[in-house]
Design a protein around this ligand. Structure first.
Ligand SMILES: [Zn+2]
Length: 273
């Protein structure tokens, strides 16, 4: 039993590493408008990287963080990103019941959906951190994925066609609440308080966490965003005019509520009683 659990953890972790590696390719080539085909090259000397030097995490360790050809440092971002994807994939699979149990078909679809949407969100996260851009294509792709998944859940649910008060409607209301709130901020400040990309990402995350969690989501995102902003301002690493990407904090809040929403919700209700 322990063996099987370990095997599942390692398998999902490796899957995360591979998707982390792929996610960086999507980001770099998307940012530089290059196709996804063709092998990776060294950032410094441009030499093509052999497959055995392109194994997520392991190659970085074996090469001691240096290119085999030119000896220049390989960015720490590569292994850090792969590790991030690996850890998040394990957390998602664990939280959706895959690590410790046997899933029926429906639960398996749940797990696959949450891994797929995590991939999309993590690529948006690293993209916004690196380039301060939230690519529309990924937000739209995530939304299509989410509509298909929650649409499927609606179709197989017992209140199909019986009630307007379904998960799917609550998802749309959540999207409208968060996206609408950001849209108002965006219009009032003419894009100074919040970026247009954040408005669309807010709609996607509001859709994912649903109406019930939408204001909790907003609070959590602002609390998470304020901590590093205050730290950076106090240590004078940035001035009040420096832009800090907000997308990563939105996504972090989204992950917390997607994975541990009910726990956070109970805690909140307990605090407010
Ligand atoms: Zn090189």
């Amino acid at each position: 039993m322990i063996g099987l659990i370990l095997f599942k953890i390692i398998a999902v972790f490796i899957l995360g590493l591979i998707f982390g590696s792929f996610g960086q390719v999507v980001m770099e080539r998307g940012q530089n408008k290059k196709s996804l085909n063709g092998r990776s090259k060294c950032d410094s000397c441009g030499k093509k990287i052999a497959w055995y030097d392109n194994i997520p995490l392991l190659s970085y360790v074996f090469l001691r963080g240096e290119c085999r050809n030119c000896g220049k440092k390989i960015s720490w971002r590569y292994p850090a990103t792969e590790l991030l994807f690996g850890i998040v994939f394990v957390l998602v699979a664990w939280q959706k019941g895959f690590i410790f149990g046997w899933l029926d078909q429906r639960e398996l679809i749940d797990t696959i959906f949450y891994l797929a949407i995590s991939f999309v969100l993590l690529v948006i996260l690293i993209w916004d951190l690196r380039y301060m851009i939230i690519p529309d294509g990924l937000v739209v792709g995530g939304l299509v994925l989410a509509v298909i998944y929650f649409g499927y859940r609606y179709l197989i649910s017992p209140d199909f066609l019986m009630s307007v008060n379904t998960d799917l409607t609550r998802n749309f209301l959540g999207g409208l609440a968060v996206g609408g709130f950001f849209y108002v901020l965006f219009m009032v400040s003419r894009g100074r308080w919040i970026g247009g990309g954040d408005v669309k990402l807010g709609f996607l995350l509001g859709f994912l966490v649903g109406w019930k969690m939408s204001y909790l989501f907003l609070m959590l995102a602002y609390i998470l965003g304020a901590v590093p902003a205050v730290y950076l301002l106090l240590t004078k690493k940035v001035t009040a005019k420096t832009k800090i990407p907000f997308g990563p904090f939105l996504i972090l809040a989204g992950f917390i509520l997607m994975l541990w929403g009910e726990v956070v919700w109970s805690g909140w209700v307990w605090l407010m009683r």
